[in-house]
Ligand binder design. Structure first.
Ligand code: ADP
Ligand code: TRP
Length: 315
């Protein structure tokens, strides 16, 4: 029996942190054996916030190296780049023509931008249509995303339904797969770990940097357990072990943090080494991406042919 199809996209927006890893990236690796997986670098999405040629190039390569380093296997996962497949933007246009402004005004990304009183670019407004195209071209069964992206997958589903109603059955309706009740990983200051809060532990940090970050974790302790330290620690060790350690070292925050540093290091060191290996041969990593894009292109162009046929522009 052929495997079900999984698709997800990742914006090339800076260094990943351990919140991203445990909250999202790791699941792609865990699922790669069970699904025919498509993971793409959403560079056109990142263009909303990133308007710098050099940084864009670096970020794309960095995301590619990050994903190879955490163990995405190109034999199991088609890794590709959104901008290599012009069908994404082409289909997004078609979707623009069947979607109303009031409908898109309900999207979170737009509402957030509006609340910040920004001058919103048309791309930010249309973002869910590009995302719908990203998804629907590949007929995935599931789209694993964080809670914050659930609405966008639902918009893709609505858009598929609407298109099918107007032009006949064309798109498979995707299901969002909300990454299983993953708790939010707290950052150094106890708020959600996030690039935008400057409170992260980078996933590929060197030992000294990890140490510096961990020592800076705010130790707010209710009942003797420094809860932020513990919340991060339990990603790296079983709670049975941790409970013992935290009881033995009650109140000794520095020592607990030192144990955490060693545990993170044990986990991260091999990933960091793998990343270094991949970064020694960037042309090889780019070959992987190119081969992935070639494979994705075949699927996307076939689907787009069907769309052109069904809307009546192919003669
Ligand atoms: P950031 O907030 O650092 O900009 P993104 O919004 O780029 O992170 O998130 C990328 C993915 O990582 C999303 O799927 C998101 O749900 C997940 N993620 C981000 N921060 C955390 C966190 N602190 N804990 C768990 N998952 C997270
Ligand atoms: N918008 C998603 C994010 O910000 C990235 C993304 C773009 C995506 N296209 C997608 C995710 C398609 C899943 C499917 O994280």
């Amino acid at each position: 029996m052929s495997k079900k199809v999984l698709l997800s996209g990742v914006q090339p927006s800076g260094k990943p942190h351990i919140g991203n890893y445990f909250g999202a990236m790791k699941q792609f690796v865990d699922l790669q054996d069970s699904y025919d997986s498509y993971i793409f670098i959403a560079d056109y999405h990142a263009l909303h916030s990133l308007k710098n040629k050099k940084e864009m190039k670096e970020n794309i390569i960095n995301v590619l190296l990050d994903y190879l380093a955490i163990g995405l296997d190109p034999k199991k996962v088609t890794l590709f780049k959104q901008s290599d497949i012009s069908e994404h933007t082409e289909l997004a246009w078609v979707f623009d023509t069947i979607t109303t402004m009031p409908y898109l005004m309900r999207a979170h990304a737009f509402k957030d931008a509006e609340a910040k009183n920004k001058e919103i670019d048309v791309g930010t407004f249309n973002y869910p249509m590009l995302m719908a195209a990203d998804i629907l071209l590949y007929s995935p069964d599931i789209v694993p995303v964080g809670q914050d992206q659930k609405q966008h997958v639902e918009i893709a589903r609505d858009t598929a339904e609407k298109f099918n109603r107007i032009f006949g059955d064309t798109f498979k309706l995707p299901e969002p797969m909300i990454i299983k009740n993953m708790e939010i990983v707290p950052g150094l200051d106890g708020r959600k770990m996030s690039k935008s809060y400057n409170n992260i532990i980078p996933l590929f940090a060197e030992y000294d940097e990890v140490k510096k970050c961990v020592m800076a974790i705010v130790t707010d302790s209710s009942g003797g357990v420094p809860k932020n330290v513990y919340a991060i620690h339990k990603l790296f060790r079983s709670e049975d072990e941790l409970k013992k350690i935290y009881k033995e070292k009650e109140g000794k925050y520095k020592e607990l943090k030192e144990i955490l540093v060693e545990d993170i290091e044990k986990f991260v060191a091999p990933l960091r080494e793998k990343r270094k290996e991949f970064s020694k041969d960037i042309p090889k990593a780019l070959e992987i991406l190119k081969a992935g894009s070639a494979k994705a292109k075949v699927i996307a162009s076939k689907k787009m042919e069907e769309v052109r046929e069904n809307i009546g522009v192919s003669l």
